[in-house]
Ligand binder design. Structure first.
Ligand code: HEM
Length: 145
């Protein structure tokens, strides 16, 4: 479940362009000068789909976060669904706890699949800043015995 939640956070890049911040003084970053007062968006989606961090990033593969023994393997680089630094999301631990409890309970009690003859589109519905799930589609939910 930890690997699944982590892959959902990577694949969805829910807050795709972060929360805008500004630069208090001119900043040199590699070959670039970022002038004072520039507005900065951190595009987590670009990092999360970078093949130098994740093999075949366009594929939804929770097992990328599992070791050969099936243990959760905490990613060290390339994963910033909650941002990074001083203004990192303050709701991260609450969000992670909710995702774990809600998704585990749902998975224990229900099976989710595409209705016969239909496909579920898991690509994000892009609205400014946020990658919203496509909720207006049919999903078949059956009670697990
Ligand atoms: C899956 C769920 C969530 C995701 C992916 C997410 C992601 C993010 C991201 C990317 C940022 C910007 C960080 C930055 O600027 O570097 C942020 C900021 C923030 N988030 Fe979340 N968040 C989630 C849930 C929550 C929840 C549940 C709360 C509150 C209960 C929350 C409260 C905040 C607040 C207050 C900020 C602004 C922090 C600041 O500017 O100091 N978030 N979040």
């Amino acid at each position: 479940m930890e690997a699944f939640v982590t892959e959902v956070l990577r694949f969805s890049s829910l807050v795709a362009n972060g929360v805008p911040h500004t630069v208090l003084e001119d900043v040199k970053l590699r070959d670039y000068i970022i002038p004072k007062d520039s507005v900065i968006f951190t595009t987590t989606e670009a990092i999360h789909s970078d093949p130098s961090y994740f093999e075949s990033p366009e594929e939804f593969r929770p097992e990328r976060f599992l070791t050969a023994e099936g243990k959760f393997n905490t990613p060290r680089e390339g994963l910033f669904p909650f941002g990074i630094g001083k203004r990192q999301c303050i709701g991260e631990s609450l969000a992670r706890m909710e995702l774990f409890i809600f998704l585990t309970t749902l998975a224990q009690n229900f099976s989710f699949s595409s209705p016969p003859g239909k496909k579920i589109d898991i690509s994000p519905d892009e609205i400014p800043i946020i990658n919203k799930p496509r909720v207006e589609q049919d999903i078949m939910i059956t009670i697990r015995k």
